[in-house]
Design a protein around this ligand. Sequence first.
Ligand code: NDP
Length: 444
Amino acid sequence: MSYVDEVLESVKKKNAGEPEFIQAVTEVLESIRVVVDAHEEEYRKVALLERLVEPDRIITFRVPWTDDKGEVHVQRGYRVQFNNAIGPYKGGLRFHPSVYQGILKFLGFEQTFKNALTTLPIGGGKGGSDFDPHGKSDNEVMRFCQSFMTELYKYIGADVDVPAGDIGVGGREVGYLFGQYKRLTNTYEGILTGKGLTFGGSLIRTQATGYGLLYHTVEILKLNGQSLKDAVCAVSGAGNVATYAIEKAQELGAKVVTCSDSTGWIYDPDGIDVELLKEVKEVRRARLTEYKAERPNAEYHEGKGVWTVKCDYAFPCATQNELELEDAKTLVANGCKGVFEGANMPTTLDATKYLQENGVLFTPGKASNAGGVATSALEMTQNSERLSWSAEEVDTRLKMIMTGIADTIAEAADRYGMTGNYVAGANIAGFEKVAEAMIAQGVY
Ligand code: NDP
């Protein structure tokens, strides 16, 4: 049995209750097979793959908090410190009822390769809780964040592990978490990114994942003789990534006609009104029905359905496994020419395969959504320097990094005779860097 198959079999056995983690490992190991086969003896000798698929450590803890009625609840908190071969652990915190160890392991594993692709010195980690911020008051969210940090602070640090936001964790939550860290340690360190601009945050961090997705897409389209000008685009999600992806796509001349949240989706033939979307989601924290109420030409539908809309390019920006095989078939039948992942692993393995086999350009989240973590790393640099860069400077660097990632993954795919297979290109380029660092640092 080949080395890759042996490790995959063991991962499936050891992590049987964690399908998302198995899915992420399978995608990566399958696409680096050519590299592993070429170095099998060297990698086996140091158990490289076995070490790569096992997190450095997983910390779990109890998070008790009191609601506004005085009732006490208990949530589970986690930090998965996956791999620090190329820098301190870095990756977001997710607050969502679906959070469990398997989701955070998949995200931490993906993050390791994504962070390597940014060219910046950051390792991979992820954390969060099964806490659901929906419908909670600001005070409840604050008490939860304070309790979460009361445990987490022992394990993080500016040169150790620097968390950020993710689903359910935005500027408000990062602020509360940072405040509690400061109280507990009496230090003012850059231990979180995505901070407010008055206390060490970076300009453009809020927009970075969505903007970066579009900078990356522009470069991939250019490599393939295509452009966003006048293209019709479908975006899913209505959170941080989706909002700023829509904003940048429209700035670049495309028309985005959809967005969605966890209860329904919008079709707006005139193009999504981003300012209204921000008002509904960021300010009022309301449902998309409120968007529809103010846009007479728009349609609101309950449930899932963004991928049924005819589009040139699709950007899944909500959550994992939201674009399935049937959706991929519909997109292809409707003439979609490219799918660029804004979320982490939003496309199932069979849907990805179907899109690639049908000539649809496809870039995986670990490459196309790396703008968020890249700008987080730029925030860390600014914190270390005790300086704040202008929006223009951060945006220029973000553009350079995202264009560079597109070129790097295209080159890696070419090098192994898989031109245009950006999944393979991303996994190979990310793996090569992490593998070299791990081997150089000895067995640990
Ligand atoms: P947000 O919480 O800001 O937004 C998530 C959006 O997706 C919301 O509209 C939410 O609906 C919807 N959503 C969440 N879960 C589900 C679900 N199970 N089914 C349907 N819709 C769902 O998160 P982000 O925008 O930050 O993150 C989106 C994705 O991008 C995630 O995969 C995340 O890991 C990834 N990502 C985020 C980065 C960042 O910088 N924020 C960086 C790189 C990747 P509702 O409004 O109803 O809550």
